[in-house]
Design a protein around this ligand. Structure first.
Ligand code: PEP
Ligand code: MG
Length: 544
């Protein structure tokens, strides 16, 4: 037995034969041609055919992986539009350099891919892979290559250096047990698609060998590895684990489209926590009823420079538009403490968790804050937005945040920008907010309880310090009492109250939260269906 390790992007087990997926070499003839009109026609026919293919792939990905993941094929489609520079460049090479359509496509697309990869923005860098992906599709049509046959006809774990997004979608899922790649990143579109399709996948597996082809293997996503020619004992134990996963998964799938209602008829909202547009597929696939926490700081963390209003607007708009009419609660930037960013040039602090962070930064750096609020208000026209402010300790802060929000709204109104109705809320994650919850509730539409920080600040336990684990109690009565007090105070003032910290997904507390009167629980997308299942099994008429 051999073991190779990598990075798993999904907990799960795949068992079966390995198939090495090798793309045939595309040999390009660079000799001069006579009939340029014929080459232009060949390119035109291939271009139209690949655009048609992209639409088919878009529809397919929409069903398999949701709007966010499918959007990539619309981008591919647009790359081949007649008014795009690439189209011009290919035509130009054929006519003035008298080269074949294949040569022109390869040259023009490679140049464009180089331009993208030289950009500093990681989003545009990643687009170079898309350009190469479309280039290969056009070349395959021109050269009559059938890449589909590389998958074979038997169910298998496919192994490759990497998969282009279009390859991932083109693959016949009924024959696909799992995927292993030598390259790839957790945020690549292939990873997003694999995650959305619930397919065990191992990336960055550097020890792939050609002689694995045809061998029996177990891809163990829980342990980030693949076993080639596994022992009988391992086969038996991991087969059992796989069957257990399948059984659990099937039960959960039945809950899609159903409400999160207790046996006695109390319905709450089960929302998802996300970090950005790339998580939207998981929201859809796991049937979240909305987003209860979009940690917008990831938009800042994923950028090398301070993101512009336009960049932020695009990220928020994408999420809102894709999920509309579902509500999306976007938390304003919560930088500081464990989330530091070089370009923010924050001073070193002795006590960063108690330091210059979240709204404290935003209220000090007003232009920075206004850029985000303007982007959010502009995006509000595209869906059902709610905004919440983190790390609040006083009514004064909320009043100031709301005043700046209002200032932005007036500016945009004067600029003639359309905006939607929004709810405004705060995170309750400090003991000060809990103790002032009645006054705070007068100012907002909702509270979202951040139990991660609330536990840290209530129990004076640094959430980053693993050494403190023996002293930490996530069910500490003080934290549970703080949650209950917040819910009661919110309800006294017509505020709805949710939980977006990790405790919201703790199934041993679901009944307790329901009895306290919680209105919404926002959890990691993969916890949505297990949580809905737990809620549907609770009867609040029974003794608590
Ligand atoms: C929390 O503190 O519970 C929370 C949801 O925010 P974060 O984990 O991002 O600090
Ligand atoms: Mg927090």
């Amino acid at each position: 037995m051999k073991v190779a390790t990598g990075k798993s992007i999904l907990n799960g087990i795949a068992i079966g034969k390995i198939r090495i997926y090798k793309v045939p070499e595309r040999v390009i003839n660079d000799s001069l041609i006579e009939d340029t009109d014929a080459e232009l026609e060949r390119f035109e026919a291939a271009r139209v055919r690949v655009q048609d293919q992209q639409m088919v792939l878009y529809e397919k990905a929409l069903v398999q992986a949701g709007e966010d993941a499918a959007g990539i094929f619309m981008f591919h489609y647009s790359l081949l539009d007649e008014d795009e520079d690439l189209y011009e460049a290919v035509n130009e090479i054929i006519t003035s350099q008298k080269r074949s359509a294949e040569y022109a496509v390869k040259t023009a697309f490679d140049n464009q891919a180089d331009v993208f990869s030289a950009m500093s923005d990681p989003y545009f860098q990643a687009r170079s892979t898309d350009v190469i992906d479309v280039e290969n599709d056009v070349l395959d049509v021109l050269m009559g290559l059938d890449t589909m046959s590389m998958q074979g006809t038997e169910p298998a774990i496919l192994v490759a250096d990497d998969f282009a997004p279009s390859e991932t979608v083109k693959l016949d899922k009924s024959l696909l047990l799992g995927m292993i790649t030598r390259e790839g990143s957790s945020n690549s579109h292939t990873a997003i698609l694999a995650r959305s399709m619930n397919l065990p996948t191992l990336i960055q597996c550097k020890d792939i060998e050609d002689d694995w082809d045809g061998k029996t293997a177990i891809l163990d996503g829980y342990n980030h590895c693949v076993y080639i020619d596994p022992t009988d004992d391992l086969m038996e134990s991991l087969s059992k684990k796989q069957q257990e996963d399948i059984r659990k998964e099937a039960l959960l799938q039945d809950l899609k489209g159903k409400s999160s209602t207790t046996i006695d008829g109390k319905t709450i909202r089960v929302y998802a926590n996300i970090g950005g547009p790339s998580d939207v597929g998981a929201v859809q696939v796991n049937d979240a009823e909305g987003v209860g926490l979009f940690r917008s700081e990831f938009v800042y963390l994923n950028s090398k420079t301070d993101p512009t209003e336009e960049e932020q607007f695009n990220a928020y708009r994408k999420v809102l538009e894709t999920l509309a009419p579902k509500q999306v609660v976007i938390r304003t930037c919560d930088i500081g403490a464990d989330k530091t960013i070089d370009y923010m040039e924050l001073d070193h602090e002795e006590n960063p968790a108690l330091g210059f962070r979240a709204v404290r930064i935003c209220l000090t750096r007003k232009d920075f804050f206004k850029r985000q609020l303007r982007a959010l208000l502009r995006a509000s026209a595209y869906g059902n937005l709610a905004i919440m402010f983190p790390m609040i300790i006083s009514v004064r802060e909320v009043v100031e945040c709301k005043a700046i929000l209002e200032e932005c709204r007036q500016e945009l109104k004067n600029e003639g920008v359309q905006m939607g109705e929004i709810e405004v809320g705060i995170m309750v994650e400090t003991p000060a907010a809990v103790l002032c919850a009645d006054e705070l509730a007068e100012e907002v539409d909702f509270f979202s309880i951040g139990t991660n920080d609330l536990t840290q600040y209530t129990c004076a336990i640094d959430r980053q310090n693993a050494k403190l684990e023996p002293f930490s109690d996530t069910h500490h009565p003080a934290v549970l009492r703080a949650i209950s007090m917040t819910i009661e105070a919110g309800h006294r003032h017509n505020c709805w109250v949710g939980i977006c910290g990790e405790l919201g997904a703790d199934l041993s507390l679901t009944e307790t939260f329901l009895r306290m009167g919680i209105d919404e629980l926002s959890v990691n997308p993969t916890s949505i269906l297990p949580l809905r299942k737990a809620i549907r099994g609770i009867d609040l008429r029974a003794e608590g």
